[in-house]
Design a protein around this ligand. Structure first.
Ligand code: NAP
Length: 252
């Protein structure tokens, strides 16, 4: 399945591009500037010389021609960017991972975008697309560390069954992640807003937290399998919190 990334040149987009390419998904990295996309593509490929990552560089229009499209722009550019490639998105699964947040002093505050969430704004801008909201809480650093699993749940919501299913498949392909169906797109409002809480915890505890919910049986929601490349340390290859180098404020 070919994945396109709108705004794929930022930390989140380039991390997801590297991760999905490492799992065998062809990826097209989109940008407002094709040259910037080429530069970032080269950075990704040269960081992982042994992985032969299949990442193509393009503009956002090129990325929107992929089978599944992820929006990885800042929140205030998400709906507008989707609208700019509206025709290409019709009938496709479009995953919004954007969070509407403001940093006020040392505090992260959730904002309420038009229609209650970034994902709902995107769905309104491209009504013929099948929008899902997902991956808001995955830190770019862990997402981009393609030789390590990620120990986290991913909350997915959508008004389209197919969008939930396709997004679930993509999330489950990533070792260590558990995809959870969190219902309709209206739940994107609390999911996106909750990111502010996670960022605050990162600052308070000098780490990068991940979301893990209890009480759901493994057979109902299996976790992405950890492959041979996942490492063999005693904690299953996950970096210990104390080893995580910095609580970067602009990373979840
Ligand atoms: N960083 C994380 O750890 C993380 C984790 C989970 C979710 N997220 C969410 O994912 C989204 C992307 O995060 P990020 O940290 O990668 O963001 P970012 O670096 O601020 O932006 C990503 C890319 O979006 C493009 N862009 C910037 N402003 C734009 C605008 N007004 N309209 C259209 N495109 C614009 C830029 O690419 P070009 O200049 O090349 O077009 C930029 O490289 C955010 O909404 C964030 O909340 C981030």
């Amino acid at each position: 399945m070919h994945i396109g990334l709108l705004g794929g040149t930022g930390p989140a987009g380039r991390a997801l591009a590297a991760r999905m390419a490492s799992l065998g998904y062809p990826v097209t990295l989109g940008s407002r500037s094709r040259y910037r996309a080429m530069e970032i593509r080269d950075t990704i490929v040269s960081r992982w010389p042994d992985h032969h990552l299949e990442v193509e560089a393009s503009d956002n229009e090129g990325a929107a021609s992929a089978e599944v499209v992820v929006i990885a722009t800042p929140w205030d550019g998400a709906a507008e960017t989707a609208l700019s490639v509206k025709d290409a998105l019709a009938g496709k699964v479009v995953i919004s991972m954007a969070n509407a947040l403001a940093r006020v002093g040392g505090e992260f505050q959730p904002l309420v975008p038009p229609r209650g969430s970034v994902a709902a704004s995107v769905q309104a801008a491209v009504p013929e697309a099948l929008v899902a909201a997902a991956m808001h809480h995955l830190p770019a650093k862990e997402l981009g560390a393609i030789d390590q699993p990620i120990d986290s749940d991913v909350l997915i919501c959508s008004d389209h069954l197919r969008a939930t299913e396709v997004t679930t498949d993509i999330v489950r392909a990533i070792p260590g992640l558990r995809a959870l169906d969190a219902g309709h797109l209206s739940n994107a409002t609390p999911i996106e807003a909750f990111t502010a809480v996670l960022l605050q915890l990162n600052v308070r505890y000098k780490t990068r937290v991940a979301v893990k919910l209890t009480g759901i049986a493994e057979h109902d929601a299996p976790t992405g399998q950890v492959g041979a490349a996942a490492g063999s340390s005693s904690n299953g290859g996950f970096p210990a919190a104390a080893e995580a180098d910095v609580p970067v404020l602009d990373e979840v």
